[in-house]
Design a protein around this ligand. Structure first.
Ligand SMILES: *Cc1c(COP(=O)(O)O)cnc(C)c1O
Length: 232
């Protein structure tokens, strides 16, 4: 299947109101051009340097492209991120909010953000703790950062989450027959948090679980391998 066929198949399987973010980490320029030619306009990248080298010219060539940063952002790369991306989906801490606000002011460029939530309370994962979310929203808004919504990645490793207290509060973890974690309680929790904080965008769902995410209220799915093939 070609990239354009993959994109068509996904679009046909999701409601038109859902934003499809094509996750293009490790995808080279030729394949990005194929996706653009197939009408894809929203892309997600994980690494600032990689995105800069791939997209700087493509973004001048194709004005309608929207580039989202979906990977962890170090504060010392805030300047580059603000210059290149149209949205930053991984704002998860006060120090990063400060760095981003400073970069935006310096460049006279406003870049909306999503707050990344550590929805499974995993010690090794990025994202703001659920109970710190309201304070981070207030802090970022106090710096005039436009917070459009929330983003999260549910846990995949059962061992990493067994000890997390928030899981039992959420009704317990459901392991599937193959040992993977049922993402639905986490999706539901993120949707609930977005609603409670009156946030419009709910970015959740990847290649393996986007249909479940949409059923739980996702407004935006981030899909890589189903579009571009498996990453090596
Ligand atoms: C890589 C990545 C995706 C896409 O993953 P696939 O399983 O290839 O669809 C989505 N979101 C984030 C944050 C990612 O890092």
């Amino acid at each position: 299947m070609s990239i354009s066929e993959n994109l068509m198949a996904i679009r046909a399987s999701i409601p038109a109101s859902i934003t499809l973010v094509a996750v293009s980490k490790t995808v080279d320029e030729q394949r990005l051009r194929e996706a653009i030619a197939a009408g894809q306009t929203v892309f997600g990248e994980n690494y600032v340097q990689e995105a800069k080298s791939k997209w700087s010219t493509l973004k001048t060539e194709f004005k309608g492209i929207k580039l989202h940063l979906i990977g962890h952002l170090q504060s010392n790369k805030a300047d580059d991120a603000v210059a290149l991306f149209d949205r930053i989906d991984t704002l998860d801490r006060v120090s990063l909010a400060s760095a981003l606000a400073k970069a935006m002011k310096k460049q006279g460029r406003k870049v909306p953000c999503l707050l990344q939530v550590n929805i499974g309370d995993e010690p090794q994962k990025g994202g703001c703790a659920i109970n710190e979310l309201p304070a981070l929203i207030d802090f970022a808004r106090g710096l005039s950062i436009d917070i459009e919504g929330l983003m999260a990645i549910p846990p995949i490793d059962l061992n990493a989450i067994r000890s997390a207290p928030s899981i039992s509060e959420m009704g317990g973890v459901t392991a599937r027959a193959d040992g993977s974690v049922d993402p639905r309680p986490y999706f539901e929790k993120l949707a609930e948090l977005a609603k409670a904080n009156k946030l419009r965008v709910i970015s959740m769902g990847m290649s393996g679980d986007y249909e479940a995410a949409i059923a739980c209220g996702s407004t935006e799915v981030r899909i890589g391998s189903v579009i571009f093939g498996a990453r090596s």
